[in-house]
Design a protein around this ligand. Structure first.
Ligand SMILES: [Mg+2]
Length: 90
């Protein structure tokens, strides 16, 4: 885990699962917006991209905690990477 688990639990307990799941979407949307600004307008916004990527990673950690799927996701990642590797090798 990249984030302090105690902070994640406190955030979920304080604001609730529903609000935190909406926050996952909000932070992903903010990252999408910065990527679009970078691509479409050639904006020099690396700092914003770093900021929003950090926000998304924190919220994805909360999402995994809310659904209790940390282990499942961790197990799925190498499977997905193998699929990418297979496509690269073709
Ligand atoms: Mg943000």
């Amino acid at each position: 885990m990249i984030v302090d688990e105690e902070i994640l639990i406190k955030a979920i307990n304080k604001w609730g699962k529903h609000a935190q799941l909406l926050m996952v979407l909000e932070e992903m949307s903010e990252l999408q917006k910065e990527i679009l600004k970078h691509i479409n307008r050639g904006k020099d916004n690396l700092d914003e991209i770093i900021d929003e990527t950090a926000d998304v990673e924190i919220m994805l950690e909360q999402l995994k905690y809310i659904f209790g799927i940390h282990k499942n996701v961790a197990e799925r990642i190498p499977v997905k990477l193998d699929k990418v590797k297979a496509r690269l090798d073709n």
